[in-house]
Design a protein around this ligand. Structure first.
Ligand SMILES: Cc1cc2nc3c(=O)[nH]c(=O)nc-3n(C[C@H](O)[C@H](O)[C@H](O)COP(=O)(O)OP(=O)(O)OC[C@H]3O[C@@H](n4cnc5c(N)ncnc54)[C@H](O)[C@@H]3O)c2cc1C
Length: 577
């Protein structure tokens, strides 16, 4: 490993810093990731500050001066310095750290740091006045899905995490809280997946405060009913839908508002027991899925468990691909087998990581049922954390699944030098034949484009998020082009079989959105109607999730077909206007 890197900032130093309990682990993770870095931390910018579309330098300068006057000049920062990719805990808010197209293409012009909902309203009104697109982020760590980058280059990023990061309320009796964006917020808004029983973060939110693109302020759910004596409504964090249309959903994965407060249900402290089950053959996959479904539907599986391919056991060791294989093609299946046979999991194909909750007696009963169900798959083996070495991945899963965030997941980014990744995340029914189709498409296309396949299925009773991380070397245009082509073909191939992504990288949002085309694109037309009504000037996150405001629509902004591949290595994602 290379020499030690400068220590990452702590939470006391920086809003996005490392909690003290993770200082040592973070230092090790950083050193390890940087030891595979062959490109400089930053290089001179080739272009000037990226201006918003249709904006002259003079107009931009005047607009920025006005914004600085409103927010204070220290809270509006021009994006004119060299771009630094950093790493997960020192991530940039200027561009996509995992750039697939040119580092300077998916980039902001400036970053604004509001301190309050009122200041967010000020920014929104300013954006309308000066016709400048803005792009809100919470922590901006959405790496693999676009990071903190705006979809329209030159937008002003509104970084809510730095100054709006308070826990506004914790109600222990109700087991709920209200928080500002500098928390798990962005993940919930992007409908991300977690691994506790409340792992569907968006489903466990309750109430929002939202600034609309016209600057108006809205409270959703019971929060719309004013509490007595001007306090917040006492049921705001108790009952999600309230009365009338349930509007919260339209503020997730969208560009219809900036969410400034969000309520969440909290989980009461309880006992927990993690475990792992290995299955010997690749062909066991259908039977595993069929076993999972009734267990999940009956509520016996405690959390959102993961079914991971054994290839993942190799990459979560944090060792680079070169440790396992001298070639550059995907690791041959036989070689994975050989290596796995020397790991604690043994020569297996699929690994199920689950966690059960409750008191000791109830956990024992649950585990008896689970063991009995999976034991029907010949050769399956059950492990508790105590059966496995101290450095085995299961111990980090046990922490995550009991609500203790850790950094172990970053280890698979050591797979390649300068590693970045794209997530491909289709939804499949929890049904063997469907899951097999999605898996086969992935096997075939990853091989075609020369990428190792690392599938993790996040499981629930009726559907599974089949998530693969396509890991590429940021210094290689060839790998980037192949990764983009792989994404394009995966999206098309799965959609033609009737399966769609739950979330995607900014650059593929148009392609994914277009697969949801039922009824002559009725859903997109509905979204566009809402967008145009709420945001007539098209200032809020144009293009996010494929939703373009009228001002941009049909003018060449949509990235379709091979546009992303073509933009790699010298092309651009912006239309020639
Ligand atoms: C190794 C690794 C493993 C990962 N594993 C997972 C995983 O298991 N599950 C998972 O879900 N993700 C995973 N991620 C992706 C990502 O890191 C997480 O989802 C992260 O929690 C995103 O949260 P954030 O607050 O930084 O989001 P942000 O980047 O702040 O927000 C995400 C997007 O939501 C929108 N948004 C954010 N805040 C607001 C707001 N206030 N109002 C309106 N719109 C807003 C923006 O469009 C923004 O781009 C992983 C990433 C890596 C590198």
């Amino acid at each position: 490993m290379n020499k030690s890197q400068p220590p990452p900032p702590t939470l006391a130093d920086k809003y996005s810093g490392v909690p003290s309990r993770l200082t040592l682990i973070a230092q090790t993770a950083k050193d390890q990731l940087y030891s595979h870095k062959t490109v400089p931390e930053s290089s001179l910018r080739r272009h000037n500050v990226r201006l918003p579309p249709d904006t002259t330098q003079a107009a931009f300068d005047a607009a920025l001066a006005a914004l600085k006057k409103n927010l204070g000049k220290e809270n509006v920062v021009l994006n004119d310095k060299p771009l630094v990719d950093g790493w997960y805990l020192e991530h940039p808010n200027t561009h996509d750290a995992f750039h697939l197209v040119d580092q300077e293409d998916l980039v902001s012009s400036a970053v604004a740091y509001p301190a309050s909902t009122v200041e967010v309203q000020t920014i929104v009104k300013w954006a309308n006045e000066y016709a400048i697109p803005i792009y809100p982020i919470s922590m901006g760590r959405n790496v693999g899905y676009g990071g903190s980058a705006p979809r329209v280059p030159g937008s002003v990023v509104v970084d809510l995490g730095r100054r709006m990061n308070k826990i506004l309320n914790i109600d222990a009796e109700n087991a709920s809280c209200v928080v500002e964006p500098g928390s798990v917020f962005g993940n919930a808004i992007d409908r991300g997946v977690g691994y506790t029983p409340m792992g569907d973060h968006f489903a466990n939110h309750c109430g929002m405060e939202v600034v609309l693109p016209n600057g108006e302020l809205l409270r959703t759910g019971m929060g719309a009913l004013p509490g007595k004596n001007e306090v917040d409504n006492p049921t705001w964090q108790s009952f999600q839908p309230a009365y009338g249309p349930y509007s919260d959903g339209i503020f997730s994965q969208s560009n219809f508002g900036i969410v400034c407060q969000m309520g969440f249900f909290l989980m009461r402290e309880t006992g927990h027991q993690s475990y792992m089950i290995t299955f010997p053959r690749d062909e066991d996959f259908p039977e595993i899925v069929e076993t999972i479904r009734p267990l999940a539907q009956k509520g016996i599986l405690g959390n959102i468990p993961q079914l991971r391919h054994v290839a993942q056991e190799l990459n979560v060791t944090g060792l680079p691909k070169s440790h396992w294989y001298a070639g550059s093609s995907p690791l041959p299946r036989q070689l994975i087998r050989q290596h796995a046979s020397k790991l604690p999991c043994g020569d297996c194909s699929w690994i199920f990581y689950g966690t059960q909750y409750g008191n000791t007696a109830s956990i024992e009963t649950q585990l008896t049922i689970i063991k009995s169900a999976f034991s029907r798959i010949q050769g399956s083996k059950f492990f508790l954390p105590s059966d496995l070495p101290a450095d085995h991945y299961i111990h980090s899963r046990a922490l995550v699944c009991s609500g203790v965030p850790i950094l172990r997941e970053l280890d698979w980014l050591n797979w390649k030098p300068n590693a970045a990744h794209l997530f491909f995340s289709p939804i499949t029914p929890t049904h063997a034949s469907d899951a097999q189709v999605v898996h086969d498409i992935n096997v075939h296309l990853h091989a075609k484009y020369g990428f190792d396949l690392f599938p993790t299925l996040c499981v629930s009773g009726r559907e599974m998020h089949y998530i693969t991380n396509i890991i590429y070397d940021r210094s290689s245009n060839d790998e980037k082009r192949r990764a983009a082509a792989l994404m394009r073909e995966l999206i098309v191939a799965t959609a033609s079989e009737g399966y769609g992504e739950y979330r995607t990288h900014l650059l593929f949002a148009d392609q994914v959105a277009r697969t949801y085309s039922w009824g002559n694109n009725a859903l997109m037309r509905f979204n566009e109607t809402i967008k145009d009504a709420l945001d007539p000037n098209g200032i809020l996150a144009p293009g996010r999730n494929g939703i373009w405001p009228k001002k941009y629509r049909g003018k060449g902004w949509e990235l379709l077909g091979e546009s992303v591949e073509k933009a790699v290595g010298g092309g651009t994602i912006s239309p020639k206007l």
